[in-house]
Every structure is written in C-alpha cells, then in structure tokens.
Design a protein around this ligand. Structure first.
Ligand SMILES: Cc1ncc(C[n+]2csc(CCOP(=O)(O)OP(=O)(O)O)c2C)c(N)n1
Length: 297
C-alpha cells in the first residue's frame, strides 16, 4: 500500500539541540504519527532541555517533566487520569533517553508495561548519557569510548555489550515492541501507526545518533543511522502479539565501515572489530531464529 509521511508538524523550529541531533528527528517523526491529541512525559535527558526555556517551547503538545527514574510511573498515572476523564483516545507517551530507560528507569518502565497500561514508551537511544557529557550507559555498545570509559593506562573503551532494552521488553511479553531509526522514517512512522492499533503497552527503541558523543560530523547523522542497520549492528524489527518480524534485511555493508565513521571506536584493534562482527552476526541469527519460531507457532 502506498505510504506517505504525514505533513503535520508538531515540532516547531527553534529547538536547542546540537547540530545533527538524531533525537530531534526521532521526536519529530513520532509526533507526526501520533498527532495533536498527545501528552509527552520526558525525564531528565537532552530532551528535557531541547524544547527551550519558558515561555518558548518547540513542541505543540503538552509535556510533563519527570524525575529521571520515573517515566514509566508517570505515564501510568497520566493514563489512569485521562481515562477517568473519558479521554481514552488521548495518546500518553513516555519519551526517554537510554540512560533513563536501560538503567535508572528500567524498573518503572517494566512495571508500567507489566500493569498493561495503554501507553507508548519511546526510548531514544543515543547510546550514552549525552546531556551530562557522554557517560557510558547500559545501552552503550562494546568498544565505545565515553568519558567514563576513556582511553587511559588502565582502561580503554566499554568492555560490555549493549543491553538491548527492546529485547528485554520482548522477553517480558509486551504486546508491541519495535526498533527503529531516523534513516528510515517510513518504517518508524508505520511502526507507530501499528502500535496505535494496540490497546495496551507499546515500546519502541529508536536509534538516535549523537554527533557530539559518537564523534562524527553532524551532517552524517542519517548515514550513520542507515549504516547501523545495513551492517547488522542495529537490526530493525517489530514484535506484535508474540510474533517477530525483521523489517529491514541488512545489506552487505561492513561493520568496519560503520565503526570507522565514528571516532568513539578509534581505539579498536583487529580482534576487537572481529568480536563486534561476531556479536552482530549472532544477534541477527538470534532474531531470524525467533522470527521463524514465532511465525510458525
Ligand atoms: C537522579 C538523577 N541523577 C542524575 C541526574 C543528572 N542527569 C540529568 S540528564 C542526565 C543524562 C541522561 O542520559 P540519557 O537518559 O541517556 O538521555 P540523554 O541525555 O542522552 O538524552 C543525567 C545523568 C538527574 N537529573 N537525576
């Protein structure tokens, strides 16, 4: 079926994000899909400052700022309050960074999903605590240099693999789970549209490249985002009512090409790169296996 990106803009010019910020495009596309009847809850993060200081605001929807760990709890409360007022059609949305999702907000997210509230939770994944100066998070990938995993005499880059929150949500049996990224806006918007049809919790993890923290030129954000998918580093999938579908097949783009575009990976040697290639292959195999398993059952 032909598909076009909605023309409505609920994000005005004048935001305060850095040049090339992937998280701004993530918000813009999400709002295009959700429309005006939406309230967004944002915890401490880049997106807490991107809308600008009062009385200015870049978003044309109401926002509720929450303490860092509380997004899941706040959207649960908002949902209940809207329902009591008879506003069941209003979209209640959490929009949090990876630190606020994979680490400090994980229990509150998991609780909200488990209680089954009719909410959307978007994790804009810039793979680090960027607002406070590029610290590592659970979602930072193996091999990345951050200010808390610096190059030094005794330490050198993050040694742990990325904690993929979407996979955790899938394991928890959340009715709608997906991954997306800004290089594929149609795919992202289609996923939000599919999520809208589900009366229950929905979780979408959007890879949102950060030129400042990943150390690449701001005009390369879309390219980096695209290569993350094409190299198999960040597979795009959709998990709906227990069935998994990989929504973009990786192209033969090398992991090495993806890594070499970003200076955060500058201290990797050949063995490290091989480890990352193997990780990407194994993850893809896992997802394809799960796709076969869930589609045939
Ligand atoms: C309880 C608490 N701890 C620490 C902070 C400081 N803080 C504000 S924003 C932020 C980084 C958030 O990182 P992330 O959730 O990944 O979002 P991003 O900044 O990358 O958008 C931190 C550590 C805080 N506001 N509250």
């Amino acid at each position: 079926m032909p598909f076009s990106i909605p023309e409505q803009e609920l994000m005005e010019p004048g935001h305060t994000a850095c040049h090339g910020c992937g998280a701004t495009l993530s918000m813009r596309y999400v709002l295009k899909a959700l429309g005006k009847d939406t309230v967004i809850s944002v915890p401490a993060a880049c997106w807490a400052v991107i809308p600008g200081a009062m009385p200015n605001r870049t978003l044309d929807v109401p926002m509720v700022y929450t303490p860092f760990a509380a997004t899941g709890a706040v959207i649960s409360g908002l949902r209940e309050a809207f329902d009591i007022q008879g506003k069941e059609d209003f979209n209640v949305v959490g929009f949090a960074g990876d630190g606020g999702t994979a680490d400090i907000g994980l229990q509150s997210l998991s609780g909200a999903m488990e209680r089954g509230h009719n909410v959307f939770y978007f994790m804009y994944d810039n793979e680090g605590y960027m607002n406070t100066g590029v610290q590592r998070s659970g979602s930072t990938p193996y091999g990345a240099i951050t200010t808390t995993t610096p190059i030094g005499k005794d330490r050198n880059f993050k040694k742990q693999n990325k904690k993929v929150v979407a996979d955790l949500m899938m394991a928890q049996g959340v009715p709608y789970v997906a991954t997306a990224t800004i290089a594929y806006p149609e795919d992202l918007i289609r996923k939000v549209n599919n999520a809208k049809k589900i009366n229950g919790p929905k979780f979408i993890q959007i890879l949102s490249p950060c030129p400042v923290g990943w150390y690449f030129p701001p005009e390369k954000s879309i390219e980096v985002s695209r290569l993350a998918v094409q190299s198999g580093i960040f597979p795009l999938y959709e998990f709906q009512n227990g069935v998994l579908k990989v929504t973009k097949q990786p192209r033969p783009v090398s992991v090495r090409e993806y890594l070499s575009m970003q200076n955060r990976f500058r201290s990797l040697d050949e063995d490290d790169i091989k480890k990352i290639e193997k990780y990407a292959e194994e993850r893809m195999e896992y997802l394809i296996g799960k796709e076969k398993e869930t589609q045939s059952s």
